[in-house]
Design a protein around this ligand. Structure first.
Ligand code: NAP
Length: 321
């Protein structure tokens, strides 16, 4: 039988958005719990340096994560290592958040900050060589490629930033982009154009990742303009082509865009009353640490108001109200 625990607010996910929401929930004296399957910090733990968080010109991602977690705990956050499997809103307006350890957490409000998982290229060889040359995390795996020639796929902030990071280990880093222009911010672009270990290969898409028993050996590329094919010898391939939001935890219909990102109102509330979303899994222009904590601040304060209205009977209990 499941163990049931009751709270006023359940925060799902312990990245910057979740930790910030927990900090505000603590300040607001809410009975809140934060459920995170791993170590708190989220994407900060996959980022070496953060240099766009106000007040911290240059801070290690893991140090910022530790500071955010400590700050939330100092305000009374209850952070638990639990893997959330489903979120369901009952007819009476209470959410049931079930975890793989068999506990069902119940609360009238949930802030979902579960982020996303890296998008796959979806080409032959990608899954076969995952962990044997193919990676989605430079900070985790970069050191395995000391002195080697590797590739980074993508043209956004993540690809460009991580390519630069990887040159501390790799002898040569090719950045393969499907167009002739990056979407990454200019400051990050300038950094890689100035890095002699990086060569950008424009207008190419990866058709296949090819290797043998020892791991990845080369990439088969296609010119997106001429259709010509090329072979690029590399022993590592880091893929940074965006990520898909972890919105599948919600077992009821919730408004989302074509890619699965959750649509919220200006209080960060989704189409399900009492279910708030903050950070990378929400529809928005950009996904930064700063936007994640901004969303979370709004969501946590909106939850306080939502709970107050609910207590006074101003919020309906039916789904779709
Ligand atoms: P992103 O901004 O969505 O960029 C994805 C890149 O991958 C794009 O260049 C895209 O090409 C390319 N791409 C997508 N699908 C592809 C495919 N199937 N094959 C080849 N290339 C493909 O994703 P991201 O770089 O992971 O960043 C996600 C969010 O986090 C962004 O909002 C970003 O600003 C933020 N972020 C910020 C920082 C920072 O500020 N330091 C660091 C990391 C991430 P096209 O350009 O042709 O579409």
């Amino acid at each position: 039988m499941s163990r049931i625990e009751e709270f006023e607010l359940i925060i799902v996910g312990g990245g910057p958005a979740g930790l910030c929401a927990a900090m505000y929930a603590g300040r607001g004296m809410l009975r809140a719990v934060l459920l995170e399957r791993g170590v708190p910090g989220g994407e900060l733990l996959n980022t070496e340096w953060v240099d766009d968080y106000p007040g911290f010109e240059h801070v290690l991602g893991r140090d910022l994560a530790h500071k955010m977690a400590a700050h939330a705990v100092a305000f009374g956050a209850d952070i638990r290592q639990e893997n959330v499997e489903s979120i369901v809103r009952r007819e009476d307006g209470i959410f049931e958040v079930a975890t793989s350890m068999g506990t069902v957490y119940e609360a009238p409000a949930v802030i979902l900050t579960a982020g996303g998982t890296p998008t796959k290229l979806g080409v032959p060889g990608e899954l076969e060589y995952a962990g044997r040359g193919v990676s989605y995390c430079a900070v985790c795996d970069g050191a395995f490629f000391k002195g080697e020639t590797i590739a980074v796929v993508g043209g956004g902030d993540a690809a460009v930033e991580e390519a630069d990071y990887l040159t501390r280990y790799a002898e040569k880093v090719y950045v393969i982009h499907r167009r002739d222009e990056f979407r990454a911010s200019k400051i990050l672009q300038e950094r890689i154009f100035a890095n002699p270990k990086i060569e950008v290969i424009w207008n190419r898409r990866v058709l296949e990742l090819v290797g043998g028993p020892a791991g990845l050996r080369h990439l088969e590329l296609e010119d997106t303009v001429t259709g010509e094919r090329h072979t690029l010898p590399v022993t590592g391939c880091f893929i940074f082509i965006g990520f898909s939001p972890n919105s599948g935890l919600i077992k009821q219909h919730v408004a989302h865009d074509a890619s699965g990102y959750l649509i919220t109102d200006d209080r960060m509330m989704t189409s399900i009353p009492g279910l708030f979303a903050a950070g990378d899994l929400r529809v928005q222009l950009t996904r930064q640490v700063t936007t994640a904590v901004g969303d979370a601040t709004t969501a946590a304060i909106a939850v306080e108001k939502f709970l107050k209205d609910r207590r006074s009977g101003a919020v309906g209990a039916q789904v779709g109200v």
